[in-house]
Design a protein around this ligand. Structure first.
Ligand code: DQA
Length: 146
């Protein structure tokens, strides 16, 4: 099972960026832990972060044919990017949307997601643990489908 973790803009700053909201863990730490958790489940996890919408879209395109599921924290693109939504739907790869913070408990502009209605599920508000919960959900969904 090949899976892809996508992180959008500013998530490269995790650990330094608003730690009261996003926590102390760096993205490298989260990615390393998640790769280990995926391996334990017999899956291979690729990780990709970009601050550029087009780069994220191109990585989604590349996943076609080789990746069974996607975990995505699109950062602020969650609330703005129809293009990234179209890319995810265009490759027909099931995905889980995730957020460190509970976006529904924050500013109203964070309440809208362009991905949530087409996602397998959404995990939001559990800090770095959101990544693990999303991974578990994705793997269990893919196993049930197989
Ligand atoms: C975020 C929530 C978004 O609203 C914000 O723009 C982010 C991070 C989260 O993980 O909580 O960059 O996706």
């Amino acid at each position: 099972m090949h899976l892809l973790l996508l992180n959008g803009p500013n998530l490269n700053l995790l650990g330094k960026r608003e730690p009261g909201i996003y926590g102390q863990a760096s993205l490298a730490t989260i990615e390393e832990q998640l790769r280990g958790e995926a391996k334990t489940e017999g899956a291979v996890l690729d990780c990709f972060q970009s601050n550029f919408e087009g780069a994220l879209i191109e990585r989604v395109h590349q996943a076609m044919g080789s990746t069974q599921g996607i975990l995505i924290n699109a950062g602020a693109y969650t609330h703005t990017s129809i293009a990234l939504r179209d890319a995810l739907l265009g490759v027909s790869i099931p995905y889980v949307e995730l957020h460190l913070s509970n976006t529904h408990a924050r500013e109203s502009f964070r309440h809208r997601s362009y991905f949530a209605d087409q996602a397998i599920g959404v995990v939001s508000g559990f800090g770095a643990m959101s990544y693990s919960l999303a991974l578990k959900g994705l793997i269990s969904y893919l196993r049930a489908e197989a």
